[in-house]
Design a protein around this ligand. Structure first.
Ligand code: SF4
Ligand code: SF4
Length: 272
């Protein structure tokens, strides 16, 4: 995902999975924690699922406390960014991530995708197998980051595995694919406000999406088999995958979603 604020610092080197670099980050570096200030981190659906679980919050509570809405450039899609806060005692006006502490990241085990990639950025959002977009990476080489002076060798794919970002990308793959495909829509093809709302609900507010599936007329309108229902009731990753399939159907009319006959008739304005 994107760490967008310091584009001027991005080295124009296109990296692939086998590209090599030297880097190490540890508590002994002079710049420890500097990268957790003045940042723009767009959160992914899986980031929110992990962070809210770590903090014992509902998705709604997490969104309210720790995020700011934004419209993603070139897609017109609503996304959320990690909200930064003024630091106690800091007089340089810089804002910091709410989870940074003197001894490191409070949510390190469940840190967001962007934090895992750092000092790399992702040039293509698409991690879906068979995607038309080539995956590529670049260095987010910020002047304060001294990790490049440390002696530890990596390839990009080793780094992704080591940081657990491959798992994040795999779970987010259908979501990033939707974003990439929406970006290629001609500008005159606008989504309705309702569709954007549904995109936001599935992407970021998984607890409310569960309520929407099980407590609204959703299951009267769509045919969902019993096995899927059982899975999505208790497993948030499965619920996210289900929601993303539904979004694909809403946005592109693709996939195996089926309206029940009664809903089709109602949509056509027939008496049932
Ligand atoms: S989540 Fe953790 S690693 Fe990411 S910016 Fe905040 S403190 Fe730093
Ligand atoms: S600035 Fe670079 S080396 Fe310093 S703490 Fe952040 S990632 Fe590590």
């Amino acid at each position: 995902m994107e760490k967008t604020e310091k584009m001027a610092n991005i080295e124009p080197v296109r990296l692939n999975a086998d590209s090599e670099f030297q880097f190490k980050c540890h508590k002994g570096v002079k710049c420890f924690n500097q990268c957790c200030r003045d940042i723009n981190i767009i959160l992914t659906p899986y980031d929110i699922i992990r962070l809210k679980a770590r903090l014992g919050l509902s998705s709604e509570e997490f969104l309210t406390l720790y995020t700011e809405p934004q419209i993603l450039a070139k897609t017109d899609l609503p996304v959320v960014m990690l909200k930064l806060f003024d630091e106690e005692g800091a007089d340089d006006g810089r804002k910091a991530c709410p989870f940074v502490r003197e001894d490191g990241c409070l949510v390190y085990v469940d840190r967001p995708t962007t934090c895992r990639y750092y000092p790399l950025g992702v040039g293509s959002l698409s991690h879906k197998e068979g995607s038309d977009e080539d995956e590529f990476y670049f260095f987010v080489h910020e002047p304060h980051c001294l990790g490049f002076e440390e002696e530890k060798d990596w390839t990009v794919s080793q780094w992704r595995r080591d940081q657990g970002v491959d798992v994040h990308d795999e779970i987010n793959a259908e979501w990033t694919d939707l974003v990439v495909r929406k970006r290629s829509f001609p500008p005159n093809m606008q989504l309705t406000e309702q569709t954007k709302k549904m995109f936001f609900l599935v992407s970021y507010n998984i607890d409310k999406f569960r309520e929407f599936v099980f407590e609204s007329s959703f299951l009267n309108r769509y045919s969902v088999d019993a096995e899927t229902l059982e899975k999505i009731k208790s497993d948030e990753i499965e619920l996210l995958k289900f929601g993303l399939n539904w979004l694909k159907w809403l946005l592109f009319k693709e996939g195996d979603f089926e309206l029940k006959m009664v809903a089709v008739a109602t949509a056509k304005g027939e008496n049932t």
